[in-house]
Structures are given as structure tokens and as C-alpha cells.
Design a protein around this ligand. Structure first.
Ligand SMILES: [Fe+2]
Length: 157
């Protein structure tokens, strides 16, 4: 059954596409953060290892919320690595990022890329597609990524 929630099929489809592109970015960033949790080396290993774990746990929840938001709008959530790699705008880690600082910097850039993109898309979702629910949801995600980015940035100070 189609959701009867006052949004047209085209509006819902437009929002679901944005959500699936975002989901792909969240998955790639999640994997990257886990990768660094596993492979980090350096004088602050224990601290950084745990810090990355806290961040990927937060990203895990965000991924779930984004996918379920797409479902709530009657769409299908992208669910394969092939689909994510096609949809994401982020670059996967090439295995050459070594050391705590380089890893933190790389994660920071990914968060900031997502924030910049969401800031544009939150307007499209609200104004053009008329979906105040997803507009509010994305606003919350911007804040969550800004907080994670702040923490990463603080390590580089
Ligand atoms: Fe672990």
C-alpha cells in the first residue's frame, strides 16, 4: 500500500532518491571509520581506537534512520555495496591512509562533504519537494555530523 501522507508520488520519489544517496555516503563513511578503528597506529592508539568506535556506532544509527526514513516514504532502501558505490560521492579509503592524524583528517573531510551537501539538499527537500518531515530529519543529521566533525577537528588542533 502506498503511503497516503499528503505527498505526491513524484515528491516521495524525489526525497527517497536523496535519502538513498545520503545512505550510500553514510555507509562509506561508516566503513571508513571502522577501517581506521581496526588499522590505526600511533602514540594515542588506545584513545583513537575507542574514539573511532564511538563514531562508527553513531554512524550505524544514522544509517538505520536514513534507510528507514526511505521506507516510511514508501521507497526502497538501497542495500548492496554495489549500489552504495554507485550512489556515493565520497571516496573510499585506498588503504594508503596511515597514522592517526591522516585518518582523522580524512574522516573530517568526509563529514564536512556530507554537511555541505545536506545543507543544499535540506532546502530542496523542504521547498521544492514539500516534505517538512524529512527537512526536519536532515536538519538533525546536519547537527549530528557537525558535532562529529567538531570532535575530529579538535584532535587536529
Ligand atoms: Fe572493535
Amino acid at each position: 500500500m502506498k503511503p497516503n501522507i499528503g505527498l505526491s508520488d513524484a515528491q516521495r520519489k524525489g526525497v527517497v532518491e536523496i535519502l538513498n544517496r545520503l545512505l550510500a555516503d553514510e555507509v562509506v563513511l561508516y566503513i571508513k571509520t571502522r577501517n581506521y578503528h581496526w588499522n590505526v597506529e600511533g602514540p594515542d592508539f588506545s584513545e583513537t581506537h575507542k574514539f573511532f568506535e564511538a563514531q562508527y556506532e553513531e554512524l550505524d544509527e544514522i544509517m538505520d534512520d536514513v534507510a528507514e526514513r526511505a521506507r516510511a516514504l514508501g521507497g526502497r532502501a538501497a542495500g548492496s555495496l554495489a549500489a552504495y558505490l554507485k550512489l556515493t560521492k565520497l571516496k573510499e579509503d585506498d588503504g594508503k591512509t596511515v597514522g592517526e592524524k591522516a585518518m582523522i583528517k580524512d574522516l573530517l573531510i568526509s563529514h564536512e562533504t556530507i554537511i555541505q551537501r545536506l545543507r543544499k539538499e535540506v532546502e530542496i527537500v523542504g521547498d521544492k519537494l514539500g516534505d517538512v518531515g524529512t527537512n526536519d530529519f536532515i536538519t538533525g543529521l546536519i547537527e549530528a555530523h557537525e558535532k562529529m566533525a567538531w570532535m575530529l577537528r579538535s584532535y587536529l588542533a
